[in-house]
Design a protein around this ligand. Structure first.
Ligand SMILES: Nc1ncnc2c1ncn2[C@@H]1O[C@H](COP(=O)(O)OP(=O)(O)OP(=O)(O)O)[C@@H](O)[C@H]1O
Length: 236
């Protein structure tokens, strides 16, 4: 059974029809890179999975549950996590308090102190800053916090929207190591990226979206080697 199966997904912003029959699957424990140029529909696709598009039709199944009829908050409870492009680190809250927000949907089933200890082991940079205001950290550290907050409730799948954007190369590298480890531990990842080469080196499979349609599916390695297709659909 696929972890995520999107079939014939259409979506709209008001009268503007932006996704035209997107179909793609993500198998358990794999990293799929979703690429394509600005405005192609990558963000809209993951927003539709999370229940954040004003209108969406078709089918989106997560571990065999049909998501489209469910409100956004019910989707988080199923073990899906989302790291949006704008990181939404809450002003006025410390790093620890931002992490605690990631546990709200788990209804007290996860031991908070243990979960924060575990996360702090994976993110040494956050460990040193648990009592600091989240928004005082660098952009890259805030991105790591947003990812840590998504991971803390141990979701089965994480959707990430351009996690490497605007981040120092050293942190991008750390993030790659983290994503591989997550995958090796069984977490499924759907990664929207403009940093195509980095994403393809990390991912198992790749899907390209162009003008709201899927135009290419292959192994990540095959797309990495195919500069012509990358130029045609991913050049900025
Ligand atoms: N809030 C909105 N209202 C109306 N149209 C929107 C809105 N957000 C995005 N769009 C339009 O929807 C289409 C798909 O955008 P989307 O953000 O999904 O693309 P993307 O591939 O993620 O690109 P980017 O990398 O720029 O985020 C584009 O034509 C865009 O202009």
């Amino acid at each position: 059974m696929a972890m995520l199966e999107i079939e014939g997904l259409n979506a709209w912003y008001g009268a503007s029809h932006v996704l035209h029959g997107i179909s793609l699957t993500v198998e358990p424990g794999e990293i799929v890179a979703l690429v394509g140029r600005n405005g192609a529909g990558k963000t809209s696709t993951i927003r539709a999975v999370m229940g954040l598009m004003p209108k969406a039709t078709g089918s989106v199944r997560f571990a065999d549950t049909e998501l489209l009829p469910l409100p956004a908050h019910a989707r988080f409870g199923l073990g899906l996590a989302y790291v949006p492009e704008e990181r939404r680190i809450v002003p006025g809250l410390t790093v620890r308090e931002n992490l605690q927000l990631g546990l709200v949907a788990s209804d007290g089933t996860i031991d908070e102190r243990q979960a924060i200890d575990e996360i702090a082991r994976s993110f040494p940079r956050l460990k040193e800053r648990l009592d600091q205001q989240g928004v005082t950290m660098s952009g890259g550290e805030q991105q790591m916090l947003a990812i840590a907050r998504a991971m803390i409730a141990r979701p089965r799948m994480i959707l990430l929207d351009e996690p490497s954007e605007g981040i120092m190369p050293i942190l991008v590298e750390e993030m790659g190591v983290l994503f591989r480890r997550l995958r090796d531990e069984g977490t499924t990842l759907l990664l929207v990226e403009q940093n195509v080469e980095w994403a393809l080196k990390l991912a198992d499979r790749a899907v390209i979206i162009d003008q709201g349609e899927v135009v290419h599916r292959s192994s990540a390695a095959a797309l990495l080697a195919d500069k012509a297709i990358q130029e045609r659909y991913c050049a900025v």
